[in-house]
Structures are given as C-alpha cells and as structure tokens.
Design a protein around this ligand. Structure first.
Ligand code: ADP
Length: 598
C-alpha cells in the first residue's frame, strides 16, 4: 500500500516533467514553425507583388483602370490570391474580390504605409473589407527612370500593388505539421511514462523487499533468507538491517542459553527459591520450593506470597524485609518442621520485589536429635558397668577384703566389667574410625573361605558351650572376592556372635555363601528368638537393642560396625527374620574379576 506511494512519488514528477517539456517544446516549435512559414509566405507574396508591379507600372502611369483590372484578375487567377492595385493617393483602382469604387481609401493600411516608406510592406490582420484574417504584401510601384527625363514624375510613387491570401490557408498547412508534432509529443510522453514506471519500480522493489523483511522481523521471524544487497543506499540499509537481525538472533540465543542455565541451576537447587514482584505476587518458584510448600507452578504463579506459603511466620519475615528494604534471615520453627528463611529485597530490579530463600533444617534437627540420643545412650551404657564396679569396689572395701575367696570372686567380676567397658570403648573408637573413613579398606583378591572359616572356627567352642550346632557350608564353585580380609572377618564374627547370643540351647547356626551376579552373598542363619518386624529396620543403628530386657550384655554397636564395613566395601547388609523362629543376616561382597581364579 505505502510502497505504491513510493513508486508513484518517484514516477509522477518524472511524468509531469516530461509532459511539461514536451508540451513547451511543442508550443515553441509550433510558434517557430508558424513564424517561419509566415515569413516565407510574406516573402513569396512580396515576390509575386513585385512581378505584378513591373507589369502594372505602365497602365498605372497612364491611369488605365481597365487594364489594371484585367491584369489583377489574370494574376489572381494564376496565384490563387486576392490582388489589389492602389493609386498613390490611396484610391483602390482594382481589386479581385471587391468593386473598387465601394472600397475605402487604402493609403493608411499598414502594409501600404510600409510600402510607401520602404518600397514594400507586409501585414497580418483582419481585412476591413472582407472581415477575415489575411496576410498582406504590398509593393510600391515607382515611376520608371525614363520618365524622370521629362521631369514629370521621376522617383515618384505611381501606386501600390498588393497581394493577399487568407491566413487560414497557412493555418491549414501548419495544422498538419502541428498534429504530427503532437503525436510525437504524446508518444514521447508515453515512453517517458513507461520509463518512469520502470525506474520507479526498480528503485522501490528493494525497499519493498526490505520492508517485508522488517515486518516479518517484527513478528519474530529471525531466520529469514538473505536478501540481495547492492552498493547503493538501499543496499547498505538492507545489509545493516540483516546485520541487526543477526545480532538480534545472537543476543536472543545467548539470552536463551543464559536463561536455560539459570533455570537449570534453579531446578537443581536443593534450597527453595521464590521471587515476588512489587505487588507481592509470586512470579517464580523452583521445584524445591514447590516440594517444600506442597504446591505447583500453576497453583502459585500470580498469587500472593502469603497465599502460597500459608505460614504466618514466613509471611511476617517477608513483609518485614519488604517494608524495611533490607535483608532478613530467620529460623522459623513450624512445630513439625524447622525452616531457615532469607528474604532479600530486589529493589534494584524492581522496587518492592523480593528474593526468598527457604531451607529445610528439619533433617539437621533430626541429626541433632540423633547426636543427643547417642550421647545419652553412651552415658547410659557406661554408667551400668561403672555402677556395678562402684558397688563391687564398695563391698570389697567394707567387708570382703578379709574374706579372701569372696574378694577374689569380686575381683573376677570387676575384671569382667572392666573387660566389657574396654570392649565398648574399643568398639566405639572402631566405629568412629570406620565412620569417618580413617580405617583404610584395602581391597584384595581373597577367597570367601579366607574370612568366613577363621571367624566361624574361633567362635565354635563358644557355640558348643551354648549347645549350638554350627554348620559351615561354602560351595566349591565360589569365585574369589575383592575385600579386606581382616574387616570381613570382623563382620562374620559379629554376625555369628549375635547368632550364638540370641539362640537358645539346642539350636543351629548355619553359615553359607552363594553367587549372585557379580557378587557373593554371605548369610548367617540361626534358629533363635528372631527380631520383631518394627525393630528390623533399626538394629543396624548404633546402640540399638531390640529387646533391652533380654539383652545379653552387648553394646548395640556390633551391627553398626558390620554395616559400615560392608558399606565401605560397596556392598549391602540386611536381615530377614521371623520372631520366635530365627533370623538370617546377609551381606554382599563384590566378586573379583574372573580371569585370575583362586
Ligand atoms: P549387641 O548384640 O551388642 O546388642 P548388635 O548391634 O550386634 O548389638 O545387635 C543389635 C540388636 O539386634 C541386638 O541387641 C538384638 O536385639 C538384635 N539382634 C542382633 N542379632 C540377632 C539375632 N541373630 N537374633 C535376634 N536378635 C538379634
């Protein structure tokens, strides 16, 4: 639409200019042509008049009007013109179109006046007699020089001969010429018009193309085919526009990449992040925030912070930071949960906007609780043997010193308590060392029997004393494993020791191993008291004892140590148990690569 305007804005001045020039040229040429034709005609008429003048000199001198009349008629016939013969005083002596007697005196006709003065004269004017535009040419007829001899009329004007033709004749001739001229002018104008349109079209086409390109650009089409560029201004503009589009594309791409990075960071963050705008509406919340607040993007975006968090304490911190325009960090206790909330106003980004960071401190509190429980457990475990030591020492002090056998018995029991204490402290140290990774686990290629057999054999006497049947059953096809022999022995010892402790006399203990994929599973089963289902998940915690009343003087650390050793080997440990029927403890060890069989 607008491009049409440009095309015509270029074309119309061309067309107007061409038309003006052609028109002016036609007018001027017409005028010049007319003038030259007129001049030629006058010249011709003068010539004709001069010829007649020679012939009429004699009759004019003699005043022979009849001869003059016939001469005039004769010439008029030949020339196709009007002929008038005027006497020196202006009387019309002959005229081929009028009766001379009825005609006015012609002395003051301009052509006659001119002829009187210079010998010849011309004029273009309306004939007073005929009332049509005529071209006149008059010649003075002078007395012949011979007459001057008798002095009568030498050098004197005898009269005037005038030839006239209607101007219309000339106009008709010129009309033809003028029509040709107009035709040429029109054709030239049409050519100019076509040329103007072509030039305008070729000038405006790149502009139109560029305009369409920019329009699509504005609609977000950044990947358009390259436009042809020339070296002129429009070409330069086109090149600049394409460069601008390319920069725009690059900028948008890098912005997108940055945004993707940012949102990846936000998505992966463990802490909850929220953004609120100046109205206090939530405009961003990451997945961690959705989980912590039990909400979704759809349910939260655009809603007020207070509505989204649904926690008065949190809203209070947020409003306080917003109103004060300064960062607030607080730990908010929500009963079940403990949250750290940090609100940072983002006034630089948008006045009133805030960044909210939420951290769930609940696991930390649980950890803190565990630590406290551990300290109280340890105190309790230490107090029991210490209390009996105290009692034994007191009794020894008061009375038993004199009674030597009693004293020895007391000392023996004190030894036992000290052994128990020592073992507990050692196990604790051991556990802490394993937990903190200070015990290096040296993975070596070892046979399963290498760590199972010594452990079982060492405890066999104890089992026999407790009247338990211990059975060791290792298939010959077992692959070697990758493990620390000493540590794995410790695991098996702990498990077998527990089985002995928690199995009543007459029971059986069975130690087996089997291959499962690229792992070896070692199991210790017993026919003992079993473990209640609710306790099964907790027995691997330190100090945990399923049934304190029946506890056989253990520390509750054995399984925790076993678990840590197995985990350090990259394996896992678990229990299957039915209360009253028995338990089966199993753990896995990585099999050694097959190539070097042991
Ligand atoms: P401890 O044996 O010194 O008490 P452990 O960590 O070795 O400590 O065991 C924790 C608890 O698991 C034991 O107190 C016991 O209640 C239960 N338990 C372990 N092994 C067995 C088993 N073979 N049969 C029944 N209960 C068991």
């Amino acid at each position: 639409m607008h491009m049409q305007h440009v095309r015509w804005r270029i074309a119309i001045p061309y067309i107007v200019l061409v038309c003006l020039v052609v028109l002016t040229l036609a007018l001027i040429t017409g005028q010049l042509l007319r003038q030259s034709a007129l001049a030629q005609e006058k010249e011709e008429l003068l010539l004709q008049a001069s010829v007649l003048a020679r012939d009429v000199r004699e009759p004019l001198a003699e005043g022979d009007v009849a001869t003059l009349g016939s001469l005039a008629a004769e010439y008029a016939e030949i020339l196709g013109a009007r002929l008038t013969i005027v006497a020196a005083d202006g009387r019309v002596l002959a005229d081929t179109q009028n009766t001379p007697l009825t005609m006015q005196n012609h002395l003051y006709r301009p052509e006659i006046q001119q002829a009187q003065a210079t010998g010849q004269g011309t004029a273009v004017r309306n004939s007073d007699t005929l009332d049509v535009a005529m071209i006149y040419a008059a010649v003075r007829v002078d007395a012949p020089p011979s007459q001057s001899a008798d002095g009568s009329s030498a050098g004197q004007a005898l009269g005037y001969v005038r030839v006239a033709v209607p101007e219309r004749d000339l106009s008709e001739q010129l009309g033809e010429l003028r029509r040709t001229l107009v035709t040429v002018a029109v054709v030239a104008a049409l050519f100019a018009l076509a040329l103007a349109v072509v030039i305008a079209e070729s000038t405006s086409r790149p502009i139109r193309r560029l305009s369409a390109y920019v329009r699509r650009l504005a609609q977000g089409e950044l990947d358009q085919p390259v436009l042809p560029t020339s070296t002129d201004e429009v070409g330069q503009l086109t090149a600049d526009t394409m460069e601008m589009a390319r920069r725009l594309r690059d900028t948008i791409a890098s912005l997108n990449a940055e945004r993707a990075q940012l949102s990846a960071v936000l998505d992966q963050m463990a802490d909850a992040v929220l953004l609120t705008d100046r109205e206090g509406a939530v405009i961003l919340l990451n997945p961690a925030a959705q989980t912590l607040l039990h909400t979704s993007q759809e349910a939260s975006l655009g809603r007020s912070f207070t509505q989204v968090v649904r926690q008065h304490e949190l809203s209070a911190v947020w409003s306080a930071a917003r109103d004060a325009h300064e960062q607030r960090a607080e730990v908010v206790d929500l009963g079940e949960q403990l949250w750290q909330v940090i609100v940072r106003p983002l006034d630089a980004v948008e006045p009133g906007a805030c960044l909210v960071l939420l951290q769930d401190l609940t696991p930390l509190r649980r950890f803190e609780g565990l630590r406290r429980e551990f300290v109280s457990n340890i105190s309790h475990e230490l107090r029991t043997p210490l209390a009996s030591l105290r009692a034994l020492a007191d009794t020894l002090h008061d009375s038993a010193l004199d009674d030597r056998p009693a004293a020895e018995r007391f000392l023996g029991r004190m030894d036992d308590e000290i052994d128990a204490l020592t073992q507990m402290v050692e196990e604790l140290l051991e556990l802490s060392r394993i937990e903190s990774g200070r015990v290096p686990i040296r993975l070596e290629r070892i046979a399963v029997a290498a760590f199972v057999e010594p452990a079982v054999e060492r405890l066999r006497p104890q089992a026999e004393r407790a009247q338990l049947n211990v059975q060791l059953d290792l298939p010959a096809t077992l692959p070697a494993v990758l493990g620390d022999e000493q540590r794995l022995q410790q695991v098996v010892t702990n498990l077998v020791h527990n089985a002995i402790k928690f199995t009543p006399a007459g029971g059986a203990i069975r130690v087996t191993a089997r291959t499962e994929g690229d792992q070896v599973v070692v199991s210790v089963s017993d026919t003992g008291i079993g473990i209640p289902a609710e306790a099964q998940a907790r027995i691997f915690e330190r100090f945990y004892k399923a049934d304190r009343s029946r506890s056989s003087g253990g520390t509750g650390l054995g399984l925790a140590i076993a678990k840590h050793i197995v985990l350090a080997h990259g394996g896992r440990i678990w229990v299957e148990s039915v209360e009253g029927q028995g338990s089966r403890f199993s753990f896995t060890v990585q099999a050694a690569p097959r190539s070097k069989a042991v």
